[in-house]
Design a protein around this ligand. Sequence first.
Ligand code: FES
Length: 650
Amino acid sequence: MRNDMAKTYTVLFTPEQVEVQVEPGTTILAAAAKAGVFMNSLCGGDGVCGKCRVIIRLGEAQGGTTNHLTRKEIQQGYILACEGQVMSDLVVEVPPESQLRSAVKTEEHPAEQFSETFLMRRYTPALNPLVRKAYLEIPPPSLENNLADLERLEYALSKALGTREFQMGLKITQRLPELLRGADWKVTATSAYRGSLSEITEVETGDTSRCNLAVAVDVGTTTVMAQLIDLTTGRAMGVASRYNSQIRCGGDVIRRIIFASGEKEGLRTLQQAVVGDINSLIQELQQKFRLGCADITMVTAAGNTTMLHFLLGILPNYIRKEPYIGAVYCPPAFRAAEAGIKINARGLVYSLPCVSSFVGADITAGILAVEMHKAEELTMFVDIGTNGEVVIGNKEFMVAASASAGPAFEGTDSRDGMRASSGAINHLQIYNKDRLMSFSTIGDQEPVGICGTGYIDLLAELLKTGLIDKRGKLNTGCGSKRIRTGEEGQPEYVVIWARDSGRGKDVVITQADIANMLRAKGAIYSAAQVLLRSLGFSFRDVKRVMVAGGFGTSLSLESAVTIGLLADLPRERMQFVGNASITGAGLAAISREKYVEAREIAKAMTYFELSTDPYFMGELVSACFFPHTDIQRFPSVMGVLAKGRSKQEG
Ligand code: FES
């Protein structure tokens, strides 16, 4: 009901059934953010992406004109949430394709489970956590043994942990005399790594040494993931993840930087959003494992350079202006409470180091996880996320480049794309031009959209069956019932008919979607090609390719090669390693040596600016074909395509 006194309207969001009071003229997108309803809003509310479609079920909303909605949809009540203004009490339905559930269930992240089991088991270092606890039975003072309380504690601790130099805050020092005597000199001290020193961050009565936990966090542009680690055993206990709430301020880092610089309280909003996400994940893990706040003594954080700036509350606006410099690449450990992260009041956050403004700590963490910095043979690390990063090297050298691929393979940039969550098609095969042979969805739900791995399979299958040509053009003359002209006048391919979909509408891939992905895969392939050429190598010299990314379930390497995203190398040289960033953050938590190694990796890595390379544009243009203008570079794909053609003809 209209509240005339306060001049607000009530907006009810369905199917979540969440209600919120807003001022007249508030956009529905802003109302949703206030209500905690997560919604696709890739362009951050600029009216450009068309992802924030909602249906007005009751009431009146004022919206502008847009090309993103058909006349029929407008008649059905569709409106863009970022353009629709609340002009009365409203009931707003958020359709499945616009929904972003705040939590991405762990079972929807087999890639992360893979990285947890495979990488951590394979590379688990000797246990020497950044934060250690030691139970001490300290000899009480006497006339003969008259060391002061602090020196007495330090002496006992250095004997237990082998550390010599300590520092301790004034607050703990002030309560130390009573604490030691009250505990009958039986205490547990917590010692945190601070470079050449160790900080005594906590002294507790009795033995709490078995309760020492860390949370490793990967702050992705799209998803924030947290892994709980028992520092007494080095074992990962559980994983939780959710969408990065900053999404409502823009789908990519550039839009968020603009939001942070241009909006009142913009930086604060973004910092609070990511800290809120981290706290929600920590709380979820705490509840699951029945832990208290104080049990978690530290956090390690990885993420791209911009995300880490936001986490630290630093405006990253110089990252997007020439010469593209960040405020900090290798932040010192800081008190979690200072950033608002809710763990032990004296707990610390250790950020992994970034290499440059465009090669972040997620890449350093990934390299640490796959041990590329120790490799004898020439190795390539490819991270496909909201952007694409490529690192080439071995124990002698490492060179990294960032490809402006955009979030195409995260499924957010295309008409019926979605993030890797329930109902997303993640794998498929096409039998012939009219029949879909098989597909699978995340969570075995009815299909509502397509995620990154689904798109990679789909493009490969369309190519193999001749439904697209090497330029990515849909074959409108092939007689397929699935290829038609869409409402926007451009060709599209129907992946799932409305009757079989979970959204009551056809799930399609449009010509524009294909062009977008062609550019993205071309950017990643050409980045690798240019890096190799600049170093005097070719793809043939690469003995190991590690593909990382949390963009979907296990990637089909075969499909990735078929479309020319990855080079046509012997498949046994290639490995999909899932979210290597969180694995690296976890390794740093359980090993001081690994944390130091990560800093050395960042220092050793050279950033290569692709745009200054004279060959880059040419390589990029050549790579914007399926699989490439030069098909000879993809001998195995030549065979696959020939077989596909003869099958169709037969
Ligand atoms: S069009 Fe509304 S958020 Fe992009």
